[in-house]
Design a protein around this ligand. Sequence first.
Ligand code: NJP
Length: 239
Amino acid sequence: MTASATGGAARVAVVTGASRGLGAAFAPMLAEEGFALALGAREMAGLQRLAAELPAGTLAHPLDVTRGDSVGAFAEAVLGRFGRVDLLVANAGIGIFRRLDEISAREFEETLRVNVLGAWAVAVAFLAALKESRGMVAMVSSDVSTRTFPTGGAYTASKFALRALARTLQQENPEIRVLELRPGAVDTSFAGSTPGAPGKEWFLRPEAVAETLRLALRLPPEARVEEIVIRSTAQTPEY
Ligand code: NJP
């Protein structure tokens, strides 16, 4: 693969859930690191606003990770445009927080469909390209992928499952590197919250999580960082 096939960029990064929040913070960091970018989410307005601030050639394409046809069309557009993928940031995710006797089947199912099956579908769609480039998958999981709390049953079940998915993906594909990136509370629109709302002053800024991914990307290729937990110093450390 030549650099001209990637519009001059040596490496290509795909970010899912890039219309806002963490995904929108990963993108400029990755552009600074020299990646050409492919951004996916359902809300095109957010993707296009972000792409307008990024280098020309950034691809903004609709993506619903819960729909196989959408994942297929997205992967086709990315591979058609760039011909390679070096980094997949599987970041799209939702959070619905209710007690187990209050959450509906539809809400539980949607949580698993986005956070687990969505990440699986996207990873599989780009797997051949990632193996060819000996690339990296960063699964954006959570500090709660190893612990539970009341009202977090559906969400933590999805992130425990995502952790299992990340590890199995790694075991099955030694050519690539799989990172489980595990942020604590981050000031985004997550779970219907408002960025900058009162009470969220102590949350991590999304840019701090992006900087964490940057550290992992800058390590030598023989170094495989398997997981990173990053939390605000104001958050109680719970292991
Ligand atoms: O949340 P938010 P974050 N298909 O709501 C997209 C994890 N995390 O940035 O489709 C494709 O601002 C949605 O796009 P749209 C969390 O579990 C967070 O904080 O346009 N994309 C938007 O771009 C998640 O995995 C915290 O609605 C879909 C993005 O996902 C990741 O961080 C703590 C989609 C969500 O942006 C990013 O979440 C933690 C679909 N079907 C883990 N559904 C935290 N913020 O405190 C949603 O431990 N998206």
